[in-house]
Structures are given as C-alpha cells and as structure tokens.
Design a protein around this ligand. Structure first.
Ligand code: ATP
Ligand code: MG
Length: 325
C-alpha cells in the first residue's frame, strides 16, 4: 500500500430504504486520496457524490445502509469505529464544509462561540482565554476583517460569503489532515466563489491538508484539484490527473461531460446535452450503469464484473469501461 495514503474508499456500496423499496445508490465506489492531495469528485446531480462523502465520514442519513466495502483513514477502517470514536476524529482529523453555510451554522450562537465549541470538544484542557484568542485568530486566518468584533456576530448579521468563511474557520480550527468540501461555493456569487476557493486552496497548502472537493463544475475542479474522479449513477467511471483527463479522457461519459461543460458558465447543473437520464436505481442495474446512455455500448457492457482499472498500464489513470475511447 502507498505509504502516503490518507483516505481509501474501497468497494463502498450504499443502499437507501425508501417507501418505494431499497435503492442501490452507490455501487462499489473506489477512491484514494494521498496526504496533501486535492481530489475532485465530479458528476451530475444525484450521481452519489455527497452520499460517498457522508458514508465515508459516518454522517450518512439513518435511512442509508452501507452494504459493502471499507473506508480507511490512515489505515484504520472508519466503518468499524463506534460513533464516539468517529466523533473524536471528526473535526480533529477530518472536517467538512457544506453548501448553504447559513443553515449549517447555529443561528442563535455567536460565530466566535461556534469556533470555540470545536476547539473545546477536541482540546478540553484549553483555557477560556486561550480559546477565545484562538477563535479570533481563526477568524483572522479566513480573512475576516475586524475579527475581534466579528467574533460577537450572529450568522444572520453576515453575508453568505462571510458565513462560508466562518464555516471554513470552524472546519480548520483543529488543523485536520483532510477537508471535504461539498459544493462549498454553490449559491455564492461568482466573485465570492473565487475568493472562497482561493482561500480554501491557500489554507490547504499552508497546512499540507488534503482536500476532497465535491462539485458540479468541471472547470472549478480543474482549477483547484490535481485529480478528478468522475461519478455517474453511484459508480466511479474514471479517475485521473487533471492534465491526463484534459489531454484524453478515455471514458465516453467523461468525454461527453467535457465537451458539454467546458464552456464558460456551463456547469453540470445546467447540463442538458447528455441524452438519457440517470437510471432508476430501484430497478436492477446492468453492470455499467452508463451503458443505457452510451453510444459505444457493446453487449458485454451489460455483463457483471465492471471494475475500475488502470488504462493501458497507467496506474494513475483509472477507468471502468469495456469499450474506452
Ligand atoms: N436520505 C435519502 N433517502 C433516499 N435516497 C437518498 C437519500 N439521500 C440521497 N439519496 C439518493 O442517493 C442518490 C445520490 O444522492 P447524492 O446526494 O449523493 O447526489 P449528489 O451527487 O451529491 O447530487 P447533487 O449534485 O445534487 O448534490 C440520489 O439518487 C438520491 O436520491
Ligand atoms: Mg450532493
């Protein structure tokens, strides 16, 4: 095993029990993230990006069941830890930031206090004065001006961009080694998006922190990440360094995504040019869930045993396709 491996998701399958029966959402998802690396998960809405992150970090909705696989963080299988052990790791070793910071923050608690809450949970020995100073320092580190005054602000007194900065300050308060950012800039205006992404990138570099960026936006992924994993209907179809992918995507789905979205202002959210819909996951699926939408589909594409494998012996370029480009 690679010694620098930080997070390794192996054959992770997740199903949801719904009123309409069991829905097999994730199908043997594999992802590897090394120390200090930046990986993007890209895919259409409903492709399973958030479920992958939530399942890996133990915050999956109770209706979701992990039916297969392993999630190793620095060699420990997170799926075997108790919820108490997981709580210890969350915030300290890995942290998450979400879309809609305003709803993720506690509306009736001063933002400075909310940073202190994380510090207190993970450093119970820290004194009140040191904690307050550290919280103010955190606010300054995410470039909030006048942090001493802003410490006393409530979320409603801050703009969306400021709230996202506070979320980042909370997430990074204990210097985690992994940050998962799930659509961190959706809902913010374009200028603020760039400012927030630059900030995340800068802080990640400064702390040698690995980042998993979940996004609809292939352009954003390319700008801020070294590698991109492409998901479709709960399967990872291609995973490669950004330059490799842009030079020659091998999965027909990736190629179509790139052709369709790499125009300014077009993200997967607005994508209309990929024919067909994500399959209905309540029904049994063919081995490749993209096969029903794929113009290169061969009879064997429906057969079981699809796996993510190196493309032409290149171990950094993985692809799950029986008829690659
Ligand atoms: N609590 C739940 N109950 C039932 N199904 C769920 C639940 N949460 C997610 N799903 C299903 O899992 C699939 C993947 O959802 P997920 O939220 O991971 O998609 P996503 O790729 O993050 O999409 P988006 O880009 O819109 O955030 C979807 O088909 C969704 O309907
Ligand atoms: Mg999501």
């Amino acid at each position: 095993m690679h010694t620098n491996l930080l997070l390794s998701v192996q054959n992770l399958s997740v199903a949801f029990d719904t009123r309409h029966g069991r829905v097999a959402v994730l199908d043997k998802v594999n992802l590897n993230l090394h120390k200090g690396e930046t990986l993007a998960i890209v895919g259409e809405s409903g492709s399973g990006k958030s479920v992958t992150a939530y399942a890996a970090l133990g915050i999956l909705d109770p209706a979701g069941k992990i039916t297969n696989g392993k999630v190793e963080f620095e060699g420990r299988n997170l799926l075997e830890l108790s919820s108490q052990e997981m709580r210890k790791l969350r915030g300290r070793d890995f942290a998450m930031i979400f879309q809609n910071p305003r709803t993720a923050l506690n509306p009736i608690r001063k933002v400075g206090r909310q940073i202190e809450d994380v510090l207190q949970a993970h450093n119970p020995g820290m004194g009140a004065k040191a904690r307050k100073e550290a919280a103010i320092e955190q606010l300054a580190s995410v470039k909030i001006t006048d942090p001493t005054r802003r410490y006393n602000a409530y979320p409603y007194e801050l703009s969306g961009g400021m709230c996202q900065r506070v979320m980042i300050a909370i997430a990074l308060a204990c210097k985690p080694r992994l940050l998962i950012a799930d659509e961190p800039t959706t809902g913010l205006d374009v200028t603020t998006q760039v400012v927030i992404m630059d900030l995340v990138h800068e802080l990640a570099q400064a702390h040698g922190m690995a980042t998993l960026l979940i996004t609809h936006d292939l352009g954003l992924a390319a700008d801020y990440c070294s590698r991109i994993a492409v998901m479709h209907a709960g399967q990872v179809l291609e995973d490669a360094p950004v330059a490799t992918l842009f030079k020659g995507a091998r999965h027909p789905y990736t190629a179509r995504l790139m052709a369709a979205t790499l125009q300014p202002g077009i993200t997967l959210e607005k994508l209309v040019s990929i024919p067909g819909q994500l399959p209905d996951l309540r029904q049994p699926q063919p081995s490749c869930r993209f096969s029903t939408r794929c113009e290169r589909c061969l009879p064997q594409c429906k057969e079981p045993g699809l796996a993510l494998m190196p493309y032409s012996n290149n171990t950094s370029h993985l692809i799950a396709c029986r008829n690659p480009l």
